[in-house]
Design a binder for this molecule. Sequence first.
Ligand code: SF4
Length: 70
Amino acid sequence: MTAHNNETQLEYCVNTTECSGCLACVEMCPDLFGWDDINEQVIIKKECADADEVAQAMAYCPNDCIESPD
Ligand code: SF4
């Protein structure tokens, strides 16, 4: 776990095998997640993000495929 700007930051990733492409994470956290139209999969936009944002995205993912190694 690393700290930047006095906020807790978490690494995060998406298990693309489990991802259904519902785009909930992209709509909720567009600064963290994007959508690759060519490969039709979620793009991770940052190496790490605010822990609360990551936790929120994890909670809303219907397939539990947003993961954090921390
Ligand atoms: S919310 Fe989960 S299932 Fe939906 S696009 Fe994001 S990672 Fe994939």
